[in-house]
Design a protein. Sequence first.
Length: 160
Amino acid sequence: MNRSLGRKDRLIKEKRHDVYQESNKWPEPTLCSACGALFVNGRWTWQEAPATVYQAVCPACRRISDRLPAGYVEVKGQFFEEHRAEILNLIRNIEKQEKDEHPLERIMAISTESGFPVVTTTGLHLARRIGEALARAYKGQLSFHYPEAEESIRVHWQRQ
């Protein structure tokens, strides 16, 4: 038996594909016509735009327009009811810190249809960071789930 050919029965794992992740580099400088973020030196920033720029819509604004979040943060439990304003303030502060440094990481919406908030985000990192901040500040149970073949994250935080 020739073992140098490798196993033929292994599963082929498909690469995750994010339609909002650009495969080509943006021309520099590119200004987002929706939010004013500027692509310069290989990344999106909040720098002042020069007089002559290319125009485009950044990936975060496209996600918001398409209503297709990359992150979901579900907050549940009696503790939330008792500390609603404080927890929502923490979530907004985390977004501000992250967005100042990384313009593509933003909160899309905070919906409370089920009585508990579901925070949708344009990026994976912001959703994870919100969950970790809740767990650090208030303890509780934190879990992350990356759905198979999707470029997204589901974060669940709960405290009774």
